[in-house]
Ligand binder design. Structure first.
Ligand SMILES: Cc1cc2nc3c(=O)[nH]c(=O)nc-3n(C[C@H](O)[C@H](O)[C@H](O)COP(=O)(O)OP(=O)(O)OC[C@H]3O[C@@H](n4cnc5c(N)ncnc54)[C@H](O)[C@@H]3O)c2cc1C
Length: 524
C-alpha cells in the first residue's frame, strides 16, 4: 500500500461528510482503532475534542506490561494477552519507542523471607508469561537473583542496612505514552485516515455524529456506517449503557540527582504491607517517576486530574524508606495523576452500595459494548493492549454494521519510524530523535530545515539549559503532528510540561516553532 501524505490537523475544515467509520477520541485506544480500520481498507474520520493524548493516555507509568499483576489475581487470559501485546510492540510495531527496563525488588528489612520467596516465584511466573508469548530473551532477559553488592551497583542509593539481596526482572518501557499515541495517529493518517483534533462529538448514534469545530464553533453532521466510542473515562457521556468507575493513579517526577546513579527500575516495598510496592522508574530523558496510587475517583470527571498532597506524601514516604538519601517535598519537581477508565462492575459480595469496594479489584480487561443505537464503545484495558482492543472493536463494529472489511493487519504492521533494534542502533541521527522518531529522525530534521531555513545545529540544540527538547521536534510537531498551540507542543508532543520550571524555559522555543511553521505555510 502506498502511503498518502495526509496529516493530522486541528478543526473540521474540509472534513468528509460521509465515511465508513467515525472514531471518537484520540487517546491510545481511538488512535489504535483508526489505524486498525483504515488498514482494513475502510474510510476513517477520527476526532478528539482537545488534542491527541489529551486524556488518560498521557498520565500512565509508561510501561509495556507483561501482565504479571493480573496473574497474581488469577486473570490468566488478561496476563497472557498483555504479554503477547508487549512482544508485538517491542519486536514488531514499535521497537523505536520501547526498551527493556531492568526492574529490581530489593530484599530489605521490610521484606520477610516468605515475601522474598513469593517475589522470586512471581518473577519466574512472569518469565513463563514471556516464554508463552514467544518473546525472546534477547528482547527481555530472564530474571535472576542478585547479591546485595550487585543490587547496589545497579541502584547505589538503596538503603544498605538490612539489604540482603534482590531479584532482577525485566519489563518493557515506553519512550513516552503520548509519543506512542502520536505515532499511532500519524501512522493512521499516513494510511489515509482523516485525523482531526479540536473536534468535539456532541452526540452520536450508530450511523452519525454531530461534531463541533472547537476552533470556529461551527457544528456539522457526519454520517458513517459505524461509530466507535473510544473516549475513555468520558465514554458514558456519549452512550447510555456504559458506566465507569475511574480510579486515580498519581506519579511524582524527581530529578536524577534525587536518587543518584539509578540504572534500573526499583519496586520499593510499602512498609508494613505484604506484596505492595511503589515503582521508581528512571526515564529516558533523565527524570525519575515514582508511582503509583490506586484510589477510587468518584464524582465528576475532571479534564486534567490533580494529585492530592496525601498521595504525594505517601509516595515520598515509601521511596524514602527504601533509599539512603532523605527525600523532601522540594525534591518533587512535578506530579501528575490519571484516571483509569475502569468499567463499573456490580459487586457480588454484598458490598454496601452494590459496587465493588476496591478499584484495584475491578477487572483490567477491556470491554466492547454496543449501544441501543449501534455505537460501539471500547473501554478499559491499557496502553500495552491497545492494538488488541482496537482489533476487537473494529471486529464488533464491522460485524454489527455488516461491513465487509479486510482482516486485521496491525499485528504485523510497523508504526512509522519502526525498524529492528540493530538498524535503529546504526542510525547516525542524534540519539534523542532516534529514540522518539526511529528511522523518521532524518525526516524530522530534514523537514525542520526545509520549513525554517535554520541550520541543523540550531535545530538540534537543547531549547534551554537542562531541557533536552529540540526546536526540530517542535517544528515537526506543528508541521506533521497536528500541534496547534504551545500546550500541544510542551504537554503532549514533548513532555517537558511534566516539570513546570522546565516548561517555562521551553515556552519561547514552542512559540518560535509555531511562528516558523506559520510563516512557512503562508509562503507555500
Ligand atoms: C495512573 C495510570 C497509570 C497507567 N500505567 C499504565 C502503564 O504503565 N502501561 C499501560 O499499558 N497502561 C497503563 N495505564 C492504562 C492506560 O493509560 C489507559 O488504559 C489508556 O491510556 C486509556 O486510553 P483511552 O484512549 O481509552 O482513553 P484516553 O487516553 O482518556 O482518551 C480518550 C480521549 O477521548 C477524548 N474525548 C472525550 N470526549 C470526547 C468527545 N465528546 N468528542 C471527542 N473526543 C472526546 C478525550 O479528549 C481523550 O483524548 C495507566 C493508567 C493510569 C490511570
Amino acid at each position: 500500500m502506498t502511503l498518502t501524505p495526509t496529516r493530522i490537523t486541528p478543526g473540521l475544515a474540509d472534513v468528509p461528510t460521509e465515511v465508513d467509520v467515525v472514531v471518537v477520541g484520540l487517546g491510545i485506544t481511538g488512535a489504535g482503532v483508526a489505524l486498525d480500520a483504515v488498514t482494513r481498507g475502510l474510510s476513517v474520520l477520527a476526532v478528539d475534542a482537545h488534542d491527541l493524548a489529551f486524556g488518560t493516555s498521557r498520565w500512565s507509568s509508561k510501561l509495556v506490561h507483561g501482565g504479571l499483576r493480573y496473574l497474581a489475581t488469577g486473570q490468566v487470559g488478561v496476563a497472557h494477552e498483555s504479554a503477547v501485546e508487549r512482544g508485538v510492540l517491542m519486536d514488531v510495531t514499535a521497537p523505536h519507542l520501547t526498551r527493556a527496563l531492568p526492574m529490581l525488588v530489593p530484599f530489605n528489612s521490610s521484606v520477610s523471607a516468605v515475601q522474598a520467596a513469593v517475589t522470586r516465584g512471581g518473577m519466574l511466573a512472569g518469565d513463563l508469561l514471556r516464554r508463552g508469548a514467544g518473546t525472546s530473551t534477547d528482547t527481555l532477559p530472564k530474571p535472576r537473583h542478585l547479591s546485595a553488592t550487585e543490587a547496589l551497583a545497579l541502584a547505589p542509593a538503596l538503603r544498605k542496612p538490612g539489604l540482603r539481596g534482590a531479584m532482577l526482572g525485566w519489563d518493557g518501557q515506553l519512550e513516552d505514552d503520548a509519543r506512542l499515541v502520536t505515532t499511532v495517529a500519524r501512522t493512521a493518517a499516513a494510511h489515509g485516515a482523516h485525523v482531526r483534533t479540536r473536534a468535539r462529538v456532541l452526540a452520536a448514534t450508530g450511523t452519525s455524529v454531530e461534531l463541533r469545530d472547537e476552533l470556529t464553533g461551527a457544528v456539522t453532521t457526519v454520517t458513517a456506517r459505524t461509530v466507535v466510542n473510544a473516549t475513555g473515562v468520558w465514554a458514558g457521556d456519549l452512550v447510555e449503557n456504559v458506566e465507569l468507575r475511574p480510579s486515580r493513579g498519581t506519579h511524582l517526577v524527581l530529578r536524577e540527582a534525587a536518587v543518584p546513579g539509578l540504572q534500573v527500575g526499583v519496586f520499593a516495598p510499602v512498609p508494613g504491607e505484604t506484596n505492595r510496592f511503589v515503582l521508581v522508574l528512571p526515564q529516558p530523558d533523565g527524570t525519575i517517576y515514582v508511582g503509583l496510587t490506586d484510589v477510587p475517583a468518584d464524582g465528576p470527571v475532571p479534564e486534567v486530574p490533580q494529585p492530592t498532597e496525601q498521595e504525594i506524601g505517601f509516595l515520598l514516604d515509601v521511596v524514602a524508606a527504601a533509599f539512603a538519601r532523605p527525600l523532601h517535598r522540594s525534591d518533587v519537581v512535578g506530579a501528575f495523576a490519571g484516571l483509569r477508565p475502569l468499567l463499573d462492575v456490580p459487586a457480588n459480595d454484598g458490598a454496601k452500595d452494590g459496587h465493588s469496594e476496591e478499584t484495584a479489584d475491578i477487572s483490567r480487561k477491556h470491554a466492547v459494548l454496543t449501544s441501543p443505537t449501534g455505537v460501539v464503545t471500547v473501554v478499559g484495558g491499557k496502553l500495552t493492549t491497545y492494538r488488541r482492543m482496537a482489533e476487537d472493536a473494529v471486529d464488533a463494529a464491522t460485524a454489527g454494521a455488516s461491513i465487509d472489511a479486510g482482516p486485521c493487519r496491525t499485528a504485523a504492521l510497523p508504526l512509522l519510524g519502526a525498524a529492528p533494534r540493530e538498524v535503529l542502533a546504526a542510525l547516525e541521527q542524534p540519539e534523542r530523535l532516534v529514540r522518539r522518531f526511529g528511522t523518521d529522525a532524518e525526516l524530522v530534521l530534514a523537514s525542520a530545515v526545509e520549513t525554517t531555513g535554520l541550520t541543523e545545529e540550531e535545530l538540534l540544540a537543547p531549547v534551554a539549559d537542562g531541557v533536552p527538547v529540540t526546536l526540530a521536534e517542535l517544528v515537526f510537531g506543528v508541521t506533521h503532528e497536528g500541534a496547534h498551540d504551545v500546550a500541544d507542543l510542551l504537554d503532549r508532543r514533548t513532555r517537558v510540561g511534566l516539570v513546570a520550571a522546565d516548561r517555562d524555559l521551553a515556552v519561547p522555543a514552542a512559540e518560535r516553532a509555531l511562528e516558523l511553521a506559520a510563516t512557512a505555510s503562508s509562503r507555500s
